[in-house]
Every structure is written in structure tokens, then in C-alpha cells.
Ligand binder design. Structure first.
Ligand code: HEM
Length: 88
């Protein structure tokens, strides 16, 4: 779990989940707004109170610990978050 492989049937894997890393998913928005369950029978809760800086730290931690060592800038995170603000 701490290694990103998920917990079978409860939390999906992040590490080998191409959807998370191929750019098709807006990860900052997903963290902030949660996610309606479609693989498992549960929903991911929203973390609406997280600041842009906190979300930025989480996204960068994930890239470095389980994917491509890529650094995502604060302003890139901010503009991704704007996308879900627009949708409201
Ligand atoms: C920063 C922390 C987190 C990140 C980055 C994250 C990321 C994700 C991602 C990317 C998905 C979609 C997976 C997919 O569609 O293949 C997902 C789904 C899910 N997450 Fe999270 N998550 C986080 C925290 C949590 C927490 C704390 C919980 C539970 C308390 C949770 C519960 C779930 C559940 C139940 C789903 C399944 C949805 C389904 O069935 O489709 N997540 N998460």
C-alpha cells in the first residue's frame, strides 16, 4: 500500500496504473474532488480543504516515489485546478 500498489478491492493501485500517469487524468482535481467509484464498489472522498501547495506536494511526491521523477510546477498544478473550478 505505502509502495503505491493499492489494497486489493479497497483502494486502487497508483503505481502501475497507466491512467494516472499518461496525462489523461487531472490528478490535482481528482485529489481535491474525489472520484466516483467505477472499478470498485466505493467512492474516493474529496479532499476539498487542501491548498494548492499541499496538492502540489502530493502530486510531486507521487511522481518521484512511484513514477517518472518528473517535477510538476506550482503554476501547472494551479492551472489544472482551474479546470475543475471552471466546471462548477
Ligand atoms: C493523495 C491521496 C490519493 C490519491 C493521489 C488518490 C488517487 C486515486 C486515483 C488516481 C484513483 C482512480 C484510479 C483509477 O480510476 O484507476 C482513485 C480511486 C479511488 N480512491 Fe483514491 N487517492 C488518494 C486517496 C484516497 C483515500 C484517502 C481514499 C479512501 C479513504 C481513497 C479511495 C479511493 C477509492 C475507493 C477509489 C476507487 C474508485 C473506483 O472504484 O473507481 N483514495 N484514487
Amino acid at each position: 500500500m505505502a509502495d503505491g500498489t493499492g489494497l486489493k478491492k479497497i483502494y486502487p493501485s497508483l503505481k502501475n496504473n497507466s491512467k494516472v500517469w499518461n496525462g489523461s487524468l487531472n490528478l490535482p482535481c481528482l485529489i481535491r474532488e474525489g472520484h466516483k467509484g467505477n472499478i470498485l464498489s466505493a467512492d474516493m472522498p474529496a479532499f476539498a480543504k487542501l491548498t494548492v501547495a499541499e496538492i502540489s506536494n502530493i502530486v510531486n511526491f507521487l511522481h518521484h516515489s512511484m513514477n517518472d521523477q518528473k517535477t510538476v510546477s506550482f503554476s501547472a498544478i494551479k492551472s489544472q485546478l482551474n479546470e475543475c473550478e471552471q466546471r462548477k
